[in-house]
Design a protein around this ligand. Structure first.
Ligand code: G6P
Length: 436
Protein backbone atom coordinates (compact mmCIF):
# COMPACT_ATOMS: atom_id res chain seq x y z
CA UNK A 1 0.00 0.00 0.00
CA UNK A 2 1.24 3.49 -0.90
CA UNK A 3 1.15 5.94 1.96
CA UNK A 4 2.98 8.00 4.49
CA UNK A 5 5.36 6.92 7.19
CA UNK A 6 5.09 8.96 10.37
CA UNK A 7 7.65 8.73 13.19
CA UNK A 8 6.60 10.04 16.60
CA UNK A 9 9.53 10.60 18.97
CA UNK A 10 8.22 10.48 22.52
CA UNK A 11 5.51 8.09 21.37
CA UNK A 12 4.88 6.94 24.96
CA UNK A 13 3.55 10.40 25.84
CA UNK A 14 0.07 10.65 27.29
CA UNK A 15 -0.70 13.01 24.38
CA UNK A 16 -0.33 10.24 21.76
CA UNK A 17 -4.08 9.36 21.67
CA UNK A 18 -4.67 13.02 20.80
CA UNK A 19 -2.42 12.64 17.78
CA UNK A 20 -3.91 9.32 16.69
CA UNK A 21 -7.37 10.85 16.98
CA UNK A 22 -6.18 13.59 14.62
CA UNK A 23 -5.03 11.05 12.01
CA UNK A 24 -8.31 9.18 12.32
CA UNK A 25 -10.34 12.35 11.78
CA UNK A 26 -8.36 13.18 8.66
CA UNK A 27 -8.16 9.68 7.22
CA UNK A 28 -9.77 10.76 3.93
CA UNK A 29 -7.07 13.32 3.21
CA UNK A 30 -4.01 11.66 4.75
CA UNK A 31 -3.12 8.15 3.62
CA UNK A 32 -0.98 7.01 6.54
CA UNK A 33 0.66 3.64 5.97
CA UNK A 34 2.68 3.42 9.18
CA UNK A 35 2.94 5.24 12.47
CA UNK A 36 6.11 4.46 14.39
CA UNK A 37 5.81 5.33 18.07
CA UNK A 38 9.33 5.56 19.49
CA UNK A 39 10.47 5.92 23.06
CA UNK A 40 13.47 5.20 25.25
CA UNK A 41 13.96 2.18 27.51
CA UNK A 42 12.73 4.07 30.62
CA UNK A 43 9.51 4.91 28.78
CA UNK A 44 8.84 1.40 27.50
CA UNK A 45 6.00 0.63 29.89
CA UNK A 46 4.12 3.79 28.96
CA UNK A 47 4.88 3.21 25.28
CA UNK A 48 3.27 -0.21 25.44
CA UNK A 49 0.17 1.03 27.24
CA UNK A 50 -0.44 4.05 25.04
CA UNK A 51 0.73 2.21 21.92
CA UNK A 52 -1.77 -0.57 22.44
CA UNK A 53 -4.52 2.01 22.88
CA UNK A 54 -3.35 3.62 19.62
CA UNK A 55 -3.66 0.23 17.90
CA UNK A 56 -7.20 -0.25 19.25
CA UNK A 57 -8.19 3.26 18.14
CA UNK A 58 -6.88 2.66 14.64
CA UNK A 59 -8.60 -0.69 14.41
CA UNK A 60 -11.92 0.70 15.65
CA UNK A 61 -11.74 3.47 13.06
CA UNK A 62 -11.19 0.86 10.35
CA UNK A 63 -7.88 2.33 9.22
CA UNK A 64 -5.37 0.38 7.26
CA UNK A 65 -2.52 1.96 9.23
CA UNK A 66 0.16 -0.13 10.89
CA UNK A 67 1.13 1.12 14.36
CA UNK A 68 4.66 0.04 15.30
CA UNK A 69 6.04 0.40 18.83
CA UNK A 70 9.80 0.59 19.02
CA UNK A 71 12.79 1.70 21.07
CA UNK A 72 14.87 1.97 17.89
CA UNK A 73 14.78 5.61 16.84
CA UNK A 74 16.76 5.07 13.66
CA UNK A 75 14.36 2.37 12.47
CA UNK A 76 11.50 4.82 13.01
CA UNK A 77 13.18 7.75 11.29
CA UNK A 78 14.46 5.80 8.28
CA UNK A 79 12.49 6.91 5.19
CA UNK A 80 9.90 8.68 7.29
CA UNK A 81 7.86 11.40 5.58
CA UNK A 82 7.15 13.26 8.80
CA UNK A 83 8.94 13.14 12.13
CA UNK A 84 6.91 14.49 15.03
CA UNK A 85 8.83 15.29 18.22
CA UNK A 86 6.89 15.38 21.50
CA UNK A 87 9.44 14.05 23.97
CA UNK A 88 10.33 15.29 27.43
CA UNK A 89 13.93 14.63 28.48
CA UNK A 90 13.96 13.51 32.12
CA UNK A 91 10.17 13.17 32.19
CA UNK A 92 7.85 14.93 34.58
CA UNK A 93 10.37 14.53 37.42
CA UNK A 94 12.75 16.85 35.61
CA UNK A 95 9.89 19.25 34.92
CA UNK A 96 9.06 19.28 38.65
CA UNK A 97 12.67 20.21 39.38
CA UNK A 98 12.54 22.97 36.75
CA UNK A 99 9.49 24.39 38.46
CA UNK A 100 10.79 24.02 42.02
CA UNK A 101 14.42 25.20 41.73
CA UNK A 102 13.52 28.83 40.84
CA UNK A 103 11.00 29.08 43.69
CA UNK A 104 13.94 28.71 46.13
CA UNK A 105 14.99 32.18 44.99
CA UNK A 106 11.45 33.60 44.66
CA UNK A 107 11.77 33.35 40.89
CA UNK A 108 9.07 32.02 38.54
CA UNK A 109 9.20 28.23 38.14
CA UNK A 110 7.54 27.39 34.83
CA UNK A 111 7.83 24.59 32.28
CA UNK A 112 8.67 26.70 29.21
CA UNK A 113 9.46 30.25 30.26
CA UNK A 114 12.21 31.70 32.48
CA UNK A 115 14.62 29.47 34.39
CA UNK A 116 12.44 26.34 34.07
CA UNK A 117 12.21 26.63 30.30
CA UNK A 118 15.93 27.37 30.18
CA UNK A 119 16.76 24.13 32.04
CA UNK A 120 14.41 22.22 29.76
CA UNK A 121 16.09 23.72 26.69
CA UNK A 122 19.56 22.66 27.91
CA UNK A 123 18.33 19.08 28.38
CA UNK A 124 16.49 18.99 25.06
CA UNK A 125 19.07 20.50 22.72
CA UNK A 126 21.56 17.57 22.69
CA UNK A 127 18.70 15.14 21.99
CA UNK A 128 17.04 17.18 19.24
CA UNK A 129 20.46 17.63 17.62
CA UNK A 130 20.93 13.82 17.59
CA UNK A 131 17.47 13.36 16.12
CA UNK A 132 18.28 15.90 13.41
CA UNK A 133 21.49 14.04 12.63
CA UNK A 134 19.43 10.88 12.15
CA UNK A 135 16.98 12.73 9.90
CA UNK A 136 19.81 14.21 7.82
CA UNK A 137 21.25 10.70 7.35
CA UNK A 138 18.14 8.55 7.06
CA UNK A 139 15.28 10.67 5.73
CA UNK A 140 16.67 13.99 4.55
CA UNK A 141 13.43 14.85 2.79
CA UNK A 142 11.28 14.42 5.88
CA UNK A 143 9.57 17.32 7.61
CA UNK A 144 10.26 17.67 11.30
CA UNK A 145 7.22 18.96 13.17
CA UNK A 146 8.44 19.90 16.62
CA UNK A 147 6.10 20.15 19.59
CA UNK A 148 8.83 19.55 22.20
CA UNK A 149 9.18 22.47 24.56
CA UNK A 150 10.35 25.13 24.73
CA UNK A 151 8.96 24.83 21.19
CA UNK A 152 10.06 28.23 19.86
CA UNK A 153 13.57 27.89 21.22
CA UNK A 154 13.91 24.35 19.90
CA UNK A 155 12.70 25.47 16.45
CA UNK A 156 15.26 28.28 16.63
CA UNK A 157 18.01 25.73 17.43
CA UNK A 158 17.03 23.31 14.68
CA UNK A 159 16.66 25.97 11.98
CA UNK A 160 19.91 27.67 13.00
CA UNK A 161 22.20 24.69 13.56
CA UNK A 162 20.94 21.90 11.26
CA UNK A 163 19.79 21.39 7.66
CA UNK A 164 16.55 19.67 8.57
CA UNK A 165 13.29 20.96 7.10
CA UNK A 166 11.41 21.91 10.23
CA UNK A 167 8.52 23.83 11.70
CA UNK A 168 7.77 24.42 15.35
CA UNK A 169 4.23 23.98 16.49
CA UNK A 170 2.14 24.89 19.52
CA UNK A 171 -1.48 24.43 20.48
CA UNK A 172 -1.89 27.88 22.07
CA UNK A 173 -2.92 29.70 18.84
CA UNK A 174 -5.46 26.93 18.05
CA UNK A 175 -6.74 27.19 21.61
CA UNK A 176 -7.10 30.96 21.41
CA UNK A 177 -9.02 30.62 18.19
CA UNK A 178 -11.24 27.82 19.49
CA UNK A 179 -12.07 29.60 22.75
CA UNK A 180 -12.94 32.76 20.82
CA UNK A 181 -15.18 30.75 18.51
CA UNK A 182 -16.86 29.16 21.51
CA UNK A 183 -17.37 32.58 23.06
CA UNK A 184 -19.35 33.64 19.96
CA UNK A 185 -21.04 30.26 19.51
CA UNK A 186 -19.59 29.78 16.03
CA UNK A 187 -17.37 27.26 14.25
CA UNK A 188 -13.61 28.10 14.52
CA UNK A 189 -13.37 28.33 10.70
CA UNK A 190 -15.34 31.59 10.85
CA UNK A 191 -12.74 33.23 13.08
CA UNK A 192 -9.60 34.77 11.61
CA UNK A 193 -6.74 35.61 13.98
CA UNK A 194 -3.41 37.13 13.03
CA UNK A 195 -0.57 36.50 15.44
CA UNK A 196 2.59 38.43 16.19
CA UNK A 197 5.52 37.49 18.45
CA UNK A 198 7.26 34.31 19.58
CA UNK A 199 6.09 30.99 20.94
CA UNK A 200 4.45 31.46 24.35
CA UNK A 201 5.06 35.19 23.85
CA UNK A 202 2.47 36.06 21.24
CA UNK A 203 -0.46 38.35 20.69
CA UNK A 204 -3.46 38.05 18.37
CA UNK A 205 -3.23 41.45 16.78
CA UNK A 206 -6.36 41.18 14.64
CA UNK A 207 -9.45 39.09 15.26
CA UNK A 208 -12.32 38.85 12.80
CA UNK A 209 -15.61 36.96 12.72
CA UNK A 210 -16.82 36.56 9.15
CA UNK A 211 -14.64 39.53 8.25
CA UNK A 212 -15.94 41.78 11.05
CA UNK A 213 -13.44 43.17 13.55
CA UNK A 214 -14.39 41.74 16.97
CA UNK A 215 -11.28 42.67 18.99
CA UNK A 216 -13.16 44.98 21.38
CA UNK A 217 -15.77 42.32 22.27
CA UNK A 218 -13.08 39.65 22.65
CA UNK A 219 -11.11 41.84 25.04
CA UNK A 220 -14.22 42.68 27.03
CA UNK A 221 -14.96 38.97 27.46
CA UNK A 222 -11.37 38.08 28.32
CA UNK A 223 -11.40 40.53 31.21
CA UNK A 224 -13.48 38.30 33.40
CA UNK A 225 -14.22 34.95 31.74
CA UNK A 226 -12.01 32.29 33.29
CA UNK A 227 -12.95 29.63 30.76
CA UNK A 228 -10.94 31.53 28.14
CA UNK A 229 -7.66 30.70 29.85
CA UNK A 230 -5.69 27.47 29.34
CA UNK A 231 -5.92 24.50 31.73
CA UNK A 232 -2.29 24.75 32.78
CA UNK A 233 -2.12 28.46 33.55
CA UNK A 234 -3.45 30.00 36.80
CA UNK A 235 -6.46 32.18 36.25
CA UNK A 236 -5.34 35.60 37.35
CA UNK A 237 -7.43 38.36 35.81
CA UNK A 238 -5.84 40.76 33.37
CA UNK A 239 -5.58 44.39 34.36
CA UNK A 240 -8.41 46.28 32.66
CA UNK A 241 -6.34 49.23 31.49
CA UNK A 242 -3.55 46.95 30.30
CA UNK A 243 -5.86 44.89 28.14
CA UNK A 244 -7.96 47.75 26.79
CA UNK A 245 -4.90 49.85 26.00
CA UNK A 246 -3.20 46.96 24.26
CA UNK A 247 -6.05 46.39 21.84
CA UNK A 248 -4.60 42.93 21.12
CA UNK A 249 -5.40 39.58 22.71
CA UNK A 250 -2.34 38.36 24.64
CA UNK A 251 -1.45 34.68 24.86
CA UNK A 252 -2.33 33.33 28.32
CA UNK A 253 1.44 32.75 28.75
CA UNK A 254 1.99 36.52 28.85
CA UNK A 255 0.63 36.47 32.38
CA UNK A 256 4.07 35.14 33.37
CA UNK A 257 5.62 38.38 32.12
CA UNK A 258 3.03 41.03 32.89
CA UNK A 259 1.91 39.55 36.22
CA UNK A 260 5.20 37.97 37.21
CA UNK A 261 4.98 38.83 40.92
CA UNK A 262 1.45 37.53 41.32
CA UNK A 263 2.27 34.37 39.36
CA UNK A 264 5.31 33.64 41.54
CA UNK A 265 3.28 34.22 44.72
CA UNK A 266 0.59 31.94 43.34
CA UNK A 267 3.15 29.19 42.71
CA UNK A 268 4.65 29.56 46.18
CA UNK A 269 1.17 29.34 47.71
CA UNK A 270 0.34 26.17 45.72
CA UNK A 271 3.51 24.51 46.97
CA UNK A 272 2.93 25.60 50.59
CA UNK A 273 -0.63 24.32 50.53
CA UNK A 274 0.49 20.94 49.24
CA UNK A 275 -1.07 21.32 45.78
CA UNK A 276 2.41 21.17 44.30
CA UNK A 277 3.68 22.69 41.07
CA UNK A 278 1.93 22.04 37.76
CA UNK A 279 4.27 19.08 37.06
CA UNK A 280 3.23 17.50 40.33
CA UNK A 281 -0.43 18.03 39.47
CA UNK A 282 0.14 16.62 35.98
CA UNK A 283 1.77 13.50 37.47
CA UNK A 284 -1.56 12.72 39.12
CA UNK A 285 -3.55 13.42 35.94
CA UNK A 286 -1.13 11.17 34.02
CA UNK A 287 -1.55 8.35 36.48
CA UNK A 288 -5.29 8.52 35.97
CA UNK A 289 -4.86 8.72 32.19
CA UNK A 290 -2.57 5.70 31.98
CA UNK A 291 -4.96 3.70 34.12
CA UNK A 292 -7.69 4.51 31.60
CA UNK A 293 -5.42 3.79 28.63
CA UNK A 294 -4.64 0.39 30.09
CA UNK A 295 -8.29 -0.65 29.89
CA UNK A 296 -8.59 -3.01 26.96
CA UNK A 297 -12.14 -1.85 26.32
CA UNK A 298 -11.04 1.71 25.68
CA UNK A 299 -10.68 2.40 21.96
CA UNK A 300 -11.16 6.17 21.70
CA UNK A 301 -9.35 9.25 22.99
CA UNK A 302 -10.74 9.65 26.52
CA UNK A 303 -12.26 13.07 27.31
CA UNK A 304 -10.11 13.25 30.48
CA UNK A 305 -7.13 14.07 28.23
CA UNK A 306 -8.62 17.52 27.82
CA UNK A 307 -7.54 18.37 31.39
CA UNK A 308 -4.04 18.77 29.99
CA UNK A 309 -2.71 22.05 28.66
CA UNK A 310 -1.89 20.46 25.32
CA UNK A 311 -5.48 19.63 24.44
CA UNK A 312 -6.23 19.98 20.70
CA UNK A 313 -2.58 19.62 19.82
CA UNK A 314 -3.52 16.97 17.26
CA UNK A 315 -5.68 19.43 15.42
CA UNK A 316 -2.67 21.67 14.94
CA UNK A 317 -0.24 18.85 14.07
CA UNK A 318 -2.35 16.73 11.75
CA UNK A 319 -3.96 19.63 9.89
CA UNK A 320 -0.47 21.06 9.33
CA UNK A 321 0.79 17.75 7.93
CA UNK A 322 -2.24 17.56 5.67
CA UNK A 323 -1.61 21.11 4.42
CA UNK A 324 1.95 20.15 3.46
CA UNK A 325 1.10 16.76 1.99
CA UNK A 326 -1.91 18.00 0.01
CA UNK A 327 -0.23 21.23 -1.07
CA UNK A 328 -3.18 23.12 0.39
CA UNK A 329 -1.77 26.66 0.49
CA UNK A 330 -3.60 27.03 3.76
CA UNK A 331 -2.87 29.39 6.64
CA UNK A 332 -1.38 27.84 9.81
CA UNK A 333 0.33 29.34 12.82
CA UNK A 334 3.85 27.95 12.99
CA UNK A 335 7.34 28.71 14.28
CA UNK A 336 9.58 29.53 11.33
CA UNK A 337 12.17 32.09 10.30
CA UNK A 338 10.97 35.69 10.27
CA UNK A 339 12.26 36.43 6.76
CA UNK A 340 11.08 40.01 6.87
CA UNK A 341 7.54 39.39 8.20
CA UNK A 342 8.32 41.59 11.22
CA UNK A 343 10.71 44.36 10.08
CA UNK A 344 11.91 45.29 13.59
CA UNK A 345 13.24 41.79 14.25
CA UNK A 346 16.17 40.10 12.46
CA UNK A 347 15.28 38.15 9.34
CA UNK A 348 16.96 34.94 10.45
CA UNK A 349 15.28 34.48 13.84
CA UNK A 350 12.33 32.19 14.45
CA UNK A 351 8.96 33.78 15.15
CA UNK A 352 5.47 32.36 15.69
CA UNK A 353 3.22 33.63 12.94
CA UNK A 354 0.52 32.97 10.40
CA UNK A 355 2.06 31.35 7.35
CA UNK A 356 1.00 29.94 4.00
CA UNK A 357 1.65 26.23 4.07
CA UNK A 358 2.07 24.06 1.00
CA UNK A 359 4.35 21.29 -0.28
CA UNK A 360 7.35 23.60 -0.18
CA UNK A 361 6.87 24.44 3.49
CA UNK A 362 5.68 27.55 5.29
CA UNK A 363 6.05 31.12 4.10
CA UNK A 364 5.40 33.76 6.76
CA UNK A 365 2.68 36.27 6.00
CA UNK A 366 3.63 39.91 6.25
CA UNK A 367 2.89 41.13 9.74
CA UNK A 368 4.39 44.59 9.94
CA UNK A 369 6.36 46.41 12.59
CA UNK A 370 5.85 45.59 16.23
CA UNK A 371 4.42 48.40 18.34
CA UNK A 372 6.88 49.66 21.01
CA UNK A 373 4.52 48.26 23.64
CA UNK A 374 5.64 44.74 22.66
CA UNK A 375 8.82 45.11 20.59
CA UNK A 376 11.13 45.59 23.58
CA UNK A 377 9.96 42.41 25.27
CA UNK A 378 10.01 40.35 22.07
CA UNK A 379 13.55 41.42 21.23
CA UNK A 380 14.60 40.84 24.82
CA UNK A 381 13.23 37.28 24.90
CA UNK A 382 14.64 36.56 21.45
CA UNK A 383 18.12 37.57 22.68
CA UNK A 384 17.67 35.17 25.61
CA UNK A 385 16.57 32.40 23.21
CA UNK A 386 19.54 32.85 20.88
CA UNK A 387 21.97 32.80 23.79
CA UNK A 388 20.29 29.75 25.29
CA UNK A 389 20.44 27.88 21.98
CA UNK A 390 24.15 28.61 21.76
CA UNK A 391 24.75 27.57 25.37
CA UNK A 392 22.76 24.38 24.81
CA UNK A 393 24.92 23.48 21.83
CA UNK A 394 28.32 24.44 23.23
CA UNK A 395 27.91 23.57 26.91
CA UNK A 396 29.81 26.73 27.78
CA UNK A 397 29.18 27.83 31.39
CA UNK A 398 29.69 31.52 30.76
CA UNK A 399 27.36 31.52 27.76
CA UNK A 400 24.75 29.73 29.83
CA UNK A 401 25.06 32.36 32.56
CA UNK A 402 24.72 35.13 29.98
CA UNK A 403 21.64 33.49 28.53
CA UNK A 404 19.97 33.11 31.90
CA UNK A 405 20.59 36.61 33.22
CA UNK A 406 19.37 37.97 29.89
CA UNK A 407 15.90 36.54 30.49
CA UNK A 408 13.45 39.25 31.59
CA UNK A 409 12.16 36.78 34.17
CA UNK A 410 15.50 36.64 36.04
CA UNK A 411 16.15 39.48 38.49
CA UNK A 412 19.97 39.62 38.65
CA UNK A 413 23.27 38.04 37.68
CA UNK A 414 23.66 36.87 41.28
CA UNK A 415 20.40 34.95 41.18
CA UNK A 416 21.13 33.71 37.65
CA UNK A 417 24.38 32.17 38.88
CA UNK A 418 22.72 30.43 41.81
CA UNK A 419 19.99 29.10 39.53
CA UNK A 420 22.46 27.96 36.91
CA UNK A 421 24.59 26.10 39.43
CA UNK A 422 21.53 24.31 40.82
CA UNK A 423 20.23 23.53 37.34
CA UNK A 424 23.55 22.11 36.14
CA UNK A 425 24.03 20.08 39.31
CA UNK A 426 20.51 18.63 39.41
CA UNK A 427 20.37 17.83 35.70
CA UNK A 428 23.87 16.39 35.39
CA UNK A 429 22.80 13.13 33.81
CA UNK A 430 20.95 15.00 31.02
CA UNK A 431 23.59 17.58 30.17
CA UNK A 432 26.44 15.80 28.37
CA UNK A 433 27.49 19.07 26.71
CA UNK A 434 28.37 20.59 30.12
CA UNK A 435 30.12 17.47 31.40
CA UNK A 436 32.57 16.57 28.70
C1 G6P B 1 0.13 24.15 26.60
C2 G6P B 1 1.41 24.56 25.97
C3 G6P B 1 2.37 23.43 25.96
C4 G6P B 1 2.55 22.90 27.35
C5 G6P B 1 1.22 22.49 27.93
C6 G6P B 1 1.36 22.11 29.39
O1 G6P B 1 -0.49 23.32 25.75
O2 G6P B 1 1.24 25.06 24.70
O3 G6P B 1 3.58 23.89 25.45
O4 G6P B 1 3.43 21.83 27.37
O5 G6P B 1 0.30 23.51 27.83
O6 G6P B 1 0.24 21.42 29.80
P1 G6P B 1 0.32 20.49 31.08
O7 G6P B 1 -1.02 19.87 31.18
O8 G6P B 1 1.41 19.51 30.84
O9 G6P B 1 0.64 21.42 32.22
Amino acid sequence: MEGLKIAVIGGGSSYTPELIDGFIKRKEELPVKEIYLVDIKEGEKKLNIVGNLAKRMVEKAGLNTKVVLTLDRKEAIKDADYVITQFRVGGLKARARDENIPLRYNVLGQETTGAGGFAKALRTIPVIMDICKDIEELSSDAWLINFTNPAGLIAETVLRYTNVKAMGLCNVPVNMKNTTARMFGVEPERIKMDFIGLNHLSWAKDIYLDGKDIMKEVIEKNLDDESLNMNNIPNLNWDKDYLNGLNMLPSPYLRYYYMMDEMVQNQIKDVKEGKGTRAEQVMKIEEELFELYNDENLDIKPPQLEKRGGAYYSEAAVSLISAIHNDKKEIHVVNIKNNGAIPNLDNDVVIECNAFVDKTGATPMTIGKMHPIISGLVNHVKAYELLTAEAGITGDYRKALEALYTSPLIPSVTVARKLLDDILEENKEYLPQFNR
